[in-house]
Design a protein around this ligand. Structure first.
Ligand code: ATP
Ligand code: MG
Length: 367
């Protein structure tokens, strides 16, 4: 099986690391110089809008997937003319644009935060009137790790956001007072079988994911079913193949969908060490036409992102029951450069170990 990956970041790198043992030969294409995925598979440097390069890349491949959601939809469509591309390009289109994504959620009866659409300066006052404050301004495209987002408390904040983003189309979203953030990672294969990981609890700071705890504690069967229900509707509606992540806000016993990612997701990294089958392996199984692997957790797991900077590997190896994943990326403020995952048999042990890790990581990183 020859697998092509569009994109070359850490998600591609971890997909490749999961591909080799399955006998899948990965290769990737992207525009970057010396990307971290190039260390573990052949890399083609080309523009994602270079039609000839995309066609050359597709030659000899059996299936193509992508590892970031800002792959131009046209790139996926060009490749799909000759080689199957999973997840389907329609999923990419929906996830790239916040209005399209929200519309899809509404169409599938998946609850979301109330929102208003901003296309021109004339829409701003009406949007504030409709949604109220505090609210969150989000550019519709190219947002990640909280980039392109502004907390809006008064009209002047909205004017600032509009100018600061060079008048980029946006949505204004109600600020949700949630109990916690969760995510559901699901996977659907080519014959429509679906498997879901246990709900994961996620902690963000400054818009960036810091930790994921799985299985999330205090999750009853109804909450897990609710989350799986949202994901299943999206998967089946799009005739989706691969891993899909849906980010959720919990408010009381109810869930709201924040956004979806048509790819392996940072909040699923714990599954490499903490689940029977990792999200990366299951994504590969799905897109390559194989059966899915079991998604059960092996214990209580917590993944901590290494952001900005990291203690040296020798220090990381000293952590009890903890696995290290470095991405070979240069340190830079706010940049995800690795993660560690602790897996234990019970929550008290997990708590105890995390208390020894967290201060060391926080000292090295930016927050
Ligand atoms: P990423 O791609 O890293 O997941 P993003 O930049 O696409 O992030 P969101 O997921 O929409 O952006 O928002 C990032 C974080 O900001 C959320 O995980 C949540 O903590 C907070 N946030 C976003 N929208 C809301 C909201 N409507 N109410 C409250 N908090 C919010
Ligand atoms: Mg998000």
């Amino acid at each position: 099986m020859n697998l092509g990956i569009l994109g070359s970041g850490q998600l591609g790198r971890m997909l490749a690391l999961a591909a080799h043992p399955l006998g899948i030969r990965p290769s990737c294409l992207d525009t970057r110089d010396n990307p971290c995925a190039a260390a573990v598979m052949p890399y083609t440097k080309a523009d994602l809008t270079d039609e000839a390069a995309l066609r050359r890349f597709a030659e000899g491949l059996d299936v193509v997937t992508y590892e970031f959601e800002n792959v131009p939809v046209t790139a996926a469509e060009i490749i799909a003319e000759t080689v199957p591309v999973y997840p389907p390009p329609a999923a990419l289109a929906a996830a790239q644009e916040r209005r399209a994504e929200k519309k899809l959620f509404q169409q599938l009866d998946i609850p979301t935060a109330r929102f208003a659409v901003i296309d021109t300066a004339d829409d701003i006052a009406a949007a504030l009137e409709q949604i109220g404050t505090p609210s969150i301004w989000k550019t519709r495209r190219f947002g990640y790790d909280g980039k392109g987002q502004y907390v809006i408390r008064r009209l002047a904040d909205a004017q600032h956001a509009w100018d600061d983003t060079k008048k980029a189309p946006a949505i204004l979203e109600e600020q949700i007072t949630f109990e916690r953030e969760l995510s559901i990672i699901t996977v659907r294969n080519r014959v429509g079988e679906i498997a879901s990981y246990p709900l994961t609890e996620n902690e963000h700071r400054a818009g960036i994911l810091r930790t994921s705890h799985a299985p999330a504690t205090n999750v009853d069967a109804a909450l897990q079913r609710q989350a799986e229900g949202f994901a299943h509707r999206i998967l089946n509606h799009l005739d989706y193949v691969g891993v899909l992540a849906v980010e959720l806000f919990q408010v009381g016993a109810n869930l709201l969908a924040n956004e979806m990612a048509p790819r392996v997701h940072n909040s699923g990294h714990w599954s490499i060490d903490g689940a029977v089958t990792s999200q990366f392996e299951n994504h590969l199984r799905a897109v390559c036409g194989y059966e899915l692997g079991a998604t059960d957790a092996r214990g209580a797991a917590c993944m901590l992102n290494l952001i900005g900077n990291t203690p040296d590997p020798a220090t990381l190896t000293g952590f009890e029951r903890t696995k290290i994943h470095l991405y070979d990326k240069a340190p830079r403020p706010g940049r995800k450069i690795g993660h560690v995952t602790t897996v234990t048999n019970d929550e008290p042990t997990l708590d105890r170990i995390l208390r020894t890790i967290q201060p060391v990581i926080a000292d090295a990183a930016d927050g």
